[in-house]
Design a protein around this ligand. Structure first.
Ligand code: AMP
Length: 282
């Protein structure tokens, strides 16, 4: 396993593999790897000749008052895990290498990002879309792997690639969860034991809503109000948003009629967690 920090070097390595007719798979991450990341990496490992995993905590996707500075990092442990998974290259560019001092070009998706995290984290998806296109241009990957945990993110990236004629296959991997149902997230590390226990309520709330919708409830406000009550029955949880949108296009809807996504963002103590569930209405 090689660690590449230079963009030009990453490109010439990929050029060489492409010349040799190898398929390149790519898993972008912000590091502090957990089971969720490993699921993406394992799936990719089975499918491609050359596997690149990037580790880059992208400052552009964090707002000024967000957790960029305290985002958990542990490159030594990440390296160990990636080696275990037989990853070929770890791409770990520097912030300065990625963003020239006079950087002035952005990728802005303008439909799917109108709801949920697009509203509660202004500029977040612009940062995500920009960095993903840049990482793709550095790795020249044929396929890219994303988790359903960040459902809105992956649909935005899909739209960006389509709209910009970027020829790449997107693979979506289901959300990996702890036994309790809590979705793995690097940010879970920042929770106290007590907060982590309470965070299970996110999954419980999603499962409750899924059953309600399966039993024929179509009133969105009713479900959202009930979900808010369930979540905020814990004194440690504060709802950021609960939204129900059409899936996979993330449009606002009046009634639950077909395939929908329930998106939840909550503050558990000072940590913001997101989760989602897709439900097929009756
Ligand atoms: P991150 O390091 O948080 O930017 O995540 C990197 C990739 O891992 C993204 O495509 C995420 O959707 C995916 N991911 C993170 N957590 C999970 C999880 N619990 N299950 C599946 N995929 C995940």
């Amino acid at each position: 396993m090689e660690i590449i920090t230079n963009i030009k070097q990453m490109q010439s390595i990929s050029d060489q593999h492409i010349y040799n007719k190898k398929t390149i798979g790519f898993v972008p991450t912000m590091g502090f790897l957990h089971e969720g990341h490993l699921k993406l990496i394992r799936r990719a490992r089975k499918k491609v000749d050359i596997l690149i995993v990037s580790i880059f905590v992208n400052p552009m996707q964090f707002g000024p008052n967000e957790d960029y500075k305290i985002y958990p990092r542990n490159f030594k442990n990440d390296q160990r895990l990636l080696k275990n998974e037989q990853v070929d290259y770890v791409f770990k560019p520097s912030t300065q290498g990625m963003y020239a001092i006079d950087f002035s070009t952005y990728v802005d998706e303008s439909q799917i990002s109108k709801v949920m995290c697009g509203v509660s984290r202004p500029g977040h998806f612009r940062g995500v879309a920009t960095v993903v296109v840049k990482l793709w241009a550095a790795t020249k990957a044929h396929s890219i792997y994303f988790g359903q945990k960040d459902a809105q993110q992956v649909q935005i990236v899909k739209r960006v690639f389509r709209d910009l004629n970027i020829d790449i296959k997107i693979v979506i991997i289901p959300t990996a969860r702890e036994k309790s149902g809590l979705a793995y997230s690097s940010r879970n590390e920042l929770l106290t034991i007590e907060e982590k226990k309470e965070a299970i309520k996110i999954y419980e709330a999603l499962m409750w809503a899924k059953l309600e919708i399966a039993s024929g409830i179509t009133n969105i406000n009713l479900i959202i109000q009930a979900l808010k009550r369930i979540l905020e029955s814990s004194p440690l949880i504060k709802v950021d948003y609960i939204e129900i949108v059409s899936y996979p296009d993330f449009q606002k809807i009046q009634k639950i009629e077909s395939k929908i996504l329930i998106g939840i963002a909550v503050w558990v103590g000072g940590i913001r967690l997101i989760d989602n569930m897709i439900v097929e209405a009756q």
